[in-house]
Design a binder for this molecule. Sequence first.
Ligand SMILES: [Zn+2]
Ligand SMILES: [Zn+2]
Length: 349
Amino acid sequence: MKALVYHGPGQKDWESVPDPRVIDSTDVIVQVDTTTICGTDLHILLGDVPAVEPGRILGHEAVGTVVEVGDAVSTLAVGDRVLVPAITSCGSCVYCRRQMPSHCQGVGGIGWVFGHLIDGTQAEYVRVPFGQTSLHRVPEGVTDEQLIFLADIFPTGFEMGVQYGGVKPGDVVAIVGVGPVGLAAVQTASLHGASKIIAVGRTWPRIKSALDLGATHGISTQDPDWLDQVMGLTDGLGVDVVIEAVGVPQTLEDAFRIVRPGGHVANAGVHGKSFTLPINDLWIQNITFTTGLVNGTTVPALLELLKAGKINPEAMGTHYFTLDEMLLAYDVFEHSGTHNCLKTVIRKA
Ligand SMILES: [Zn+2]
Ligand SMILES: [Zn+2]
């Protein structure tokens, strides 16, 4: 088969590799019908994730069709259409039993294994460990394009942003960073009753996307008075819940500048550097700060919301490719600003 193989920082190719096969009895082999590229894949290509070894097939999101199952798999069969989530779950380790498969001990000690510790989904086929407890059978009448972003960015924005941020009815929520994860938080903040959803971004095309997807206010940090604009929307108090969805020190520091006493800062960004926590100011502010890797435990609920038309993950897909155009898709995604690209959708030809 063909796959996108990482060959060390800055090096990748779409090349022929052996087909995956069932190794463990709980494995499921899935034909990849649709996949995408995550910002995390770009971090890997920059060399930011040293656990990813040269020779690894990248990618951790897919919608596909089951083509083979191991002997221990009883609830999935060849031909089933499935969502391959970013996080695999053995279903029985201490973390899976606590509904926290992000730290599943089943494969390598963390739930994110695809395109990280084992071969991933940017390929024609992928081996899914613990397929029965990891894969989601998908409902009839829902398209791949609607489903693909439920593999990672949508649950990341919802779980790490809205849920960990403790959004409750009436809250003013600010989302700092309006890339794909930020926009997923924008789309799901209203599910928990946010009264205002403030999209804080840099450039207007992205802020405009946030307004189209449910943000009630948009503010650009390029405005010198952007902090005053945020405060002006909250009677000068600051916001109840700030969701950081960029992953650089500046935006996380900004999050702590706009949160009100008693509020929450929920980190959803992928960070490569530490930041300064002004604990000398914050110790008296009753702030809760959360971090986390997505669990994907809300995927069944998000599937129901999708069927009911309450969320629109398909809106994230702006650029479409076939698997053979993988390198072109990477090029566009790496220069997403130039192409006004939010997410790529990469489909079997
Ligand atoms: Zn991802
Ligand atoms: Zn587990």
